[in-house]
Design a protein around this ligand. Sequence first.
Ligand code: NAD
Length: 460
Amino acid sequence: MEKEGKNALEVGKEKKEKDKEGAEEESRGALSRACDIRIRKEIAMADYKIKDIKLAEQGKRQLEWAEMHMPTLMMVKKELEASKPLKGVKIAMMLHITKETGVLVRTMRSAGADISLVAGNPLSTQDDIAAALAAEGIRVYAWKGQDGSAYYENMKTALKLKPDIIMDDGADMHAMVHQDYPDLKVIGGTEETTTGIVRLKAMEEEKVLRYPVMAVNNAYTKYLFDNRYGSGQSGLDGIIRATNIMVSGKVGVVAGYGWVGRGIAMRLHGLGARIIVTEVNPFKALEAVMDGFEVKKMDEAAPEGDIFVTATGDINVITYEHMLKMKDGAILANIGHFDVEIDVRTLKKKIKSGRELRNQLNEYALPGGRKIYLLSDGRLVNLGAAEGHPSEVMDMSFANQALAAVHIAKNKGKLQNKVLQIPLETDERIARLKLQSMDIKIDELTKEQKEYMGQWRYGT
Ligand SMILES: NC(=O)c1ccc[n+]([C@@H]2O[C@H](COP(=O)([O-])OP(=O)(O)OC[C@H]3O[C@@H](n4cnc5c(N)ncnc54)[C@H](O)[C@@H]3O)[C@@H](O)[C@H]2O)c1
């Protein structure tokens, strides 16, 4: 009896659970069908060229995670959502398509902008993010691993839509507008990175710059944090994901001791590497020495290094001749904007038998039998082998991008065709919002202090 009774109870419980599971399954199915229909409806309205739209749900979860870690940009978004200062403004964005860029795209759209998005680099696109944005109706033309011709074709597709504002990272799109689209009327642009600023300044000097460009890279809330701490962490993340090597005890050679190089040197050192810096600028070289690092010429550093990281924005900083001097097992990575810092072209011409040993890690056997290992094909390792900078740091960079676009739209026709600083009050506001999001309060100058700091009469 007892057994029977127990069985009856168990049977009842099992049935209830089965019914519940069935109902849950049905509701999950309905939810996913509804989701599919919603995605199909949304994408029917947008044009896009991406890897796989089915990655959209995964991408949306990533965007949710990024939004949680980008409080400054979310505060800016809330404000722009209400005032819609970019209503009807067409923006062509050429940025690394990461989850953080996704949050910027959503912000720009909330501000009323009409956006098309292409990849800032052939290797840096996160396909799930591209899918999520396409599913939200954004025109996205990008996929990870696209070749050089697709990179330029996609850019042309975005330019054919006649954008008012160009938001660029590295100035390839700005350069294309100036070279191939003489009649395109652009009201202004923004530029995300050091290399792009260098190119745009050269255009300004040649007096060929046709529209004002806001130098997002040069805002304090960008380069002091993104270039240094962002690159320091994400660069190491890329190197470790691609190799899984122990950094401690290794010799790290960092080429360039600018903002990015400093971040890389600091984090490599923090993980226990001995650092050699190579530089061409005497002040930066001195700074590296005073920070406690060795400074050498690349010729001398080449035989000593285990991990090489270029961060200069310059060309052929590591040449094939340097590679011939390297130790067996040396690892080469670049974090500068373009894939020209390590002379990969000559390496590939000379050594045809390179092979992919791990994801983003290629092995090249040098004459004499020594092997060297190239990460992400010499493209920026933090975006090729990892996910780019953490959201917390892109939070400030992209708050600058958003407010720079608004500044251009609001001042249409009033700005000079130059590379322009982000207004100091905007930069400072972003820093204050970031501090606020971290619940950090700082002192304010008293009236007496303000007067004291603005006078010259009181001394000793
Ligand atoms: N991967 C990323 O996420 C990321 C982020 C920010 C910047 N960047 C890029 O990184 C690069 C460096 O940016 P930065 O802000 O540090 O610039 P920076 O101007 O502050 O520093 C570059 C340094 O390289 C040095 N240098 C130039 N040629 C050299 C050579 N031949 N050998 C040794 N040193 C040399 C310069 O003297 C300078 O100190 C740029 O290409 C920039 O666009 C990439």
